[in-house]
Write a protein of this length. Structure first.
Length: 263
């Protein structure tokens, strides 16, 4: 456990260091250069991918890595998304994160999510509690205030707009990456996040250890529990919300899908 904790802390330091590099003003325009328009891959994506992989190789030799930037590997133990919310990064918004998690038999044993713009690092190591900037995050209690629906557009559209119109006493808030929106639900800063697009394990697997902070569920758009499986890493849609809201939410999602096909 002590060795794992040391490795975990070293990897946290590395990811924070890399995040600070892409935030350097005179380098930022270089990191924002798009090198693959089809995949919307930037210099920052490749830079972060290479160095996080190197860190994992040195700290955890022999462990395979599944990444958005390079998907072919065997013996997968790590899932990384070097830059979740690339669009936000390129357009100068703050809602992007660097994230990585280690899995064993489909269970997240270690997780790191770093938001460079706010300099906040969320982490988890098996046997410990979820932490923010190395301090334990207290479990949250829900209240009866307005439900906040979160998505990444300035104004709600698609399924977010539909839910806003059909859930009483609801409001809308905006954030960037899939991971950050999911995390904000876990932290009680939003209540409902639904996406009707394909979602991959690297988008949200690092969030799993934080779901318990608020007794949240993570499901696909059809109501199936979201399972981490590197051999079948693409899921249909995503729902993240406290369990107490899921019964109200799922019938609304179904009625939306009856007339809208998932992309």
């Amino acid at each position: 456990m002590k060795v794992n904790k040391i490795k975990h802390l070293i990897l946290i330091k590395l990811i924070i260091f890399l995040g600070k590099i892409i935030e350097i003003n005179f380098l930022r325009n270089i990191f924002k250069i798009i090198i693959d328009k089809k995949k919307f891959t930037t210099v920052a994506d490749i830079f972060l991918d290479k160095f996080i992989r190197l860190g994992i190789f040195l700290l955890y030799p022999g462990k395979g890595v599944l990444s958005e930037e390079s998907r072919k590997n065997k013996n997968i133990s790590w899932i990384i998304d070097p830059l979740d919310g690339t669009m936000s990064f390129v357009n100068g918004f703050k809602g992007y994160v660097i994230q990585a998690c280690r899995i064993e038999s489909g269970i997240v044993e270690e997780s790191i999510i770093y938001a460079p713009a706010s300099n906040d690092c969320f982490s988890y190591l098996s046997g410990d509690l979820p932490r923010k900037n190395l301090k334990v995050i207290e479990k949250l209690k829900d209240n009866d205030e307005r439900l906040a629906i979160i998505d990444n557009y300035p104004k709600p559209r698609g399924i977010a707009k539909f839910l806003l119109e059909n859930i009483q006493n609801s409001i809308y808030i905006e954030s960037g990456s899939l991971s950050m929106k999911s995390l904000l639900v876990c932290l009680g800063l939003a209540d409902i996040f639904v996406k009707d697009i394909p979602v991959r394990d690297w988008d949200v697997a690092p969030i799993v250890p934080f779901l318990g902070l608020r007794d949240c569920i993570m499901q696909d758009i059809n109501g199936n529990l979201f399972t981490i499986n590197p051999l079948s890493f693409e899921k249909k849609g995503l729902v993240v919300t406290p369990a107490i809201y899921s019964k109200q939410l799922l019938p609304l999602i179904k009625s939306y899908l009856d007339v809208n096909v998932i992309k």
